[in-house]
Ligand binder design. Structure first.
Ligand code: DAT
Ligand code: MG
Length: 167
């Protein structure tokens, strides 16, 4: 069944110039990239994305990490992968959360590390299940940024909405 999943190449992945390697690994899945962008990660976005972990002792460091404060790279590459069994396929390729325990041939096993202060720098995020995927994709992308119609949308008219255009 076709489904979609969010993928983030995290700031450590960008700092280590792993984008190409990670995209190559993900291409093994034969899934389609339905959306892609480089995104800044605001405090609000980071906290919302990881809200299920807000009571964990590592939460503050996790927010710093995903915002790029630990790698001087204040951005992530955000993508939506779409196709048959997308969530499980990408998840398997990424490996388990703890990069030291992840299969060494998985993306996290190959490229991740745990720092001495205990941060799991695991290079990539991908949604855990269908509910996570929907919540996360809607958080990171607007409908017009995704080339496949994946969730219901509605039309709204914004009065006096300001937006930046080329000068
Ligand atoms: P996943 O990213 O595999 O879906 P998660 O949603 O439980 O795992 O956690 C999100 C991130 O939080 C994870 O990629 C790394 C960090 N994290 C999770 N457990 C941790 C721990 N025990 N110590 C440090 N960081 C942790
Ligand atoms: Mg998760």
């Amino acid at each position: 069944m076709n489904e979609q999943t969010l993928v983030l190449i995290k700031p450590d992945g960008l700092k280590k110039s792993l984008t190409g390697n990670i995209l190559t690994r993900l291409s093994e899945t034969k899934l389609e990239i339905a959306a892609a962008k480089i995104a800044r990660v605001s405090e609000e976005l980071a906290v919302e994305h990881y809200k299920h972990l807000k009571d964990k002792p590592f939460f503050k460091d996790l927010i710093k990490y995903i915002r790029g404060d630990l790698h001087d790279r204040h951005k992530v590459m955000a993508m939506v992968y779409w196709g048959d069994g997308a969530i499980k396929k990408v998840r398997e390729l990424c490996g388990t959360t703890n990069p030291e325990e992840a299969d060494p041939v998985s993306i996290r096993g190959a490229y991740g590390r745990i720092t001495t202060s205990g941060v799991y720098e695991n290079a990539i995020h991908t949604s855990g299940d269908k509910e996570d995927a929907e919540r996360e994709i809607k958080l990171w992308f607007d409908p017009d940024e995704i080339i496949v119609d994946i969730y219901p949308t509605k039309q709204i008219t914004e009065k006096e909405a300001k937006r930046r255009v080329w000068a």
